[in-house]
Design a protein around this ligand. Structure first.
Ligand code: SF4
Ligand SMILES: [Zn+2]
Length: 123
Protein backbone atom coordinates (compact mmCIF):
# COMPACT_ATOMS: atom_id res chain seq x y z
CA UNK A 1 0.00 0.00 0.00
CA UNK A 2 1.56 3.28 -1.07
CA UNK A 3 -1.10 5.68 0.01
CA UNK A 4 -3.06 6.06 3.18
CA UNK A 5 -5.47 8.67 4.32
CA UNK A 6 -5.79 10.42 7.61
CA UNK A 7 -8.74 9.04 9.62
CA UNK A 8 -9.64 12.53 10.82
CA UNK A 9 -9.13 14.95 7.91
CA UNK A 10 -9.05 12.30 5.14
CA UNK A 11 -6.12 13.94 3.42
CA UNK A 12 -3.67 11.54 1.78
CA UNK A 13 -0.72 10.88 4.02
CA UNK A 14 2.46 8.86 3.81
CA UNK A 15 1.70 5.40 5.27
CA UNK A 16 4.88 5.70 7.31
CA UNK A 17 3.92 9.07 8.75
CA UNK A 18 3.75 9.15 12.52
CA UNK A 19 1.45 12.15 12.60
CA UNK A 20 -0.81 13.63 9.94
CA UNK A 21 0.96 16.61 8.32
CA UNK A 22 -2.37 18.35 7.79
CA UNK A 23 -4.12 18.12 11.15
CA UNK A 24 -1.39 16.64 13.41
CA UNK A 25 -3.51 13.63 14.33
CA UNK A 26 -1.40 10.87 15.77
CA UNK A 27 -1.30 7.99 13.27
CA UNK A 28 1.18 5.58 14.81
CA UNK A 29 1.64 4.38 18.32
CA UNK A 30 4.65 5.39 20.38
CA UNK A 31 5.93 7.61 17.56
CA UNK A 32 7.01 4.50 15.70
CA UNK A 33 6.22 4.08 11.99
CA UNK A 34 6.09 0.27 12.33
CA UNK A 35 3.24 0.31 14.80
CA UNK A 36 -0.07 1.34 13.26
CA UNK A 37 -2.53 2.95 15.59
CA UNK A 38 -6.07 1.99 14.69
CA UNK A 39 -8.69 4.54 15.40
CA UNK A 40 -12.43 4.20 15.59
CA UNK A 41 -14.38 6.29 13.15
CA UNK A 42 -17.81 7.41 14.24
CA UNK A 43 -19.52 6.16 17.35
CA UNK A 44 -18.51 2.51 17.28
CA UNK A 45 -15.83 1.01 19.45
CA UNK A 46 -13.00 -0.80 17.77
CA UNK A 47 -13.51 -3.84 20.00
CA UNK A 48 -16.93 -4.48 18.46
CA UNK A 49 -15.32 -5.57 15.20
CA UNK A 50 -12.05 -6.90 16.60
CA UNK A 51 -11.15 -10.59 16.49
CA UNK A 52 -9.47 -10.42 19.91
CA UNK A 53 -12.72 -9.26 21.43
CA UNK A 54 -14.66 -11.94 19.54
CA UNK A 55 -12.40 -14.79 20.68
CA UNK A 56 -11.95 -13.25 24.13
CA UNK A 57 -8.16 -13.18 24.05
CA UNK A 58 -7.70 -9.46 24.53
CA UNK A 59 -6.70 -8.27 27.98
CA UNK A 60 -6.23 -4.60 27.22
CA UNK A 61 -7.74 -2.39 29.92
CA UNK A 62 -9.53 -0.26 27.34
CA UNK A 63 -11.54 -3.22 26.08
CA UNK A 64 -14.39 -3.28 25.18
CA UNK A 65 -14.47 0.50 24.78
CA UNK A 66 -11.31 1.07 22.78
CA UNK A 67 -11.42 3.98 20.39
CA UNK A 68 -7.73 3.67 19.60
CA UNK A 69 -5.77 0.47 19.60
CA UNK A 70 -2.48 -0.83 18.24
CA UNK A 71 -3.52 -4.47 18.15
CA UNK A 72 -6.92 -4.12 16.53
CA UNK A 73 -7.64 -6.76 13.89
CA UNK A 74 -10.79 -6.37 11.88
CA UNK A 75 -12.95 -9.51 11.93
CA UNK A 76 -14.17 -9.20 8.37
CA UNK A 77 -10.71 -8.58 6.95
CA UNK A 78 -9.42 -11.51 8.96
CA UNK A 79 -12.14 -13.87 7.77
CA UNK A 80 -11.60 -12.81 4.21
CA UNK A 81 -7.96 -13.74 4.63
CA UNK A 82 -8.86 -17.12 6.13
CA UNK A 83 -11.28 -17.74 3.29
CA UNK A 84 -8.57 -16.96 0.76
CA UNK A 85 -6.21 -19.34 2.54
CA UNK A 86 -8.85 -22.06 2.43
CA UNK A 87 -9.39 -21.43 -1.27
CA UNK A 88 -5.67 -21.66 -1.90
CA UNK A 89 -5.45 -24.87 0.11
CA UNK A 90 -8.34 -26.48 -1.70
CA UNK A 91 -6.71 -25.60 -5.01
CA UNK A 92 -3.53 -27.28 -3.79
CA UNK A 93 -5.46 -30.39 -2.75
CA UNK A 94 -7.29 -30.57 -6.07
CA UNK A 95 -4.02 -30.25 -7.93
CA UNK A 96 -2.37 -32.96 -5.84
CA UNK A 97 -5.28 -35.32 -6.40
CA UNK A 98 -5.16 -34.66 -10.10
CA UNK A 99 -1.44 -35.48 -10.17
CA UNK A 100 -2.06 -38.66 -8.19
CA UNK A 101 -4.85 -39.80 -10.46
CA UNK A 102 -2.70 -39.26 -13.54
CA UNK A 103 0.50 -40.67 -12.11
CA UNK A 104 0.64 -43.60 -14.53
CA UNK A 105 0.08 -41.21 -17.42
CA UNK A 106 3.03 -39.11 -16.29
CA UNK A 107 5.12 -42.27 -15.95
CA UNK A 108 4.24 -43.30 -19.52
CA UNK A 109 5.02 -39.84 -20.82
CA UNK A 110 8.33 -39.90 -18.99
CA UNK A 111 9.21 -43.26 -20.53
CA UNK A 112 8.23 -42.01 -23.95
CA UNK A 113 10.53 -39.00 -23.58
CA UNK A 114 13.39 -41.25 -22.48
CA UNK A 115 12.81 -43.56 -25.47
CA UNK A 116 12.74 -40.59 -27.80
CA UNK A 117 16.00 -39.26 -26.38
CA UNK A 118 17.64 -42.64 -26.73
CA UNK A 119 16.40 -42.92 -30.30
CA UNK A 120 17.67 -39.45 -31.11
CA UNK A 121 21.13 -39.92 -29.68
CA UNK A 122 21.73 -43.44 -30.91
CA UNK A 123 21.54 -42.31 -34.54
S1 SF4 B 1 -7.18 -5.57 20.68
FE1 SF4 B 1 -7.89 -3.44 20.95
S2 SF4 B 1 -9.69 -3.29 19.65
FE2 SF4 B 1 -9.26 -5.47 19.92
S3 SF4 B 1 -10.53 -6.08 21.66
FE3 SF4 B 1 -8.53 -5.50 22.47
S4 SF4 B 1 -8.73 -3.34 23.03
FE4 SF4 B 1 -10.41 -3.84 21.68
ZN1 LIG C 1 -5.22 14.67 9.17
Amino acid sequence: MDTASCPRCHQPVNPQAVTCPHCRTQLKAYGHPGIPLHRATGEEYLCDSCIYHADDTCNFPQRPYAKECTLYQNIEAHELELQQQRDNNSFGVTFNNWVKRNQSLFLLLGLLVVCLLIALFSN
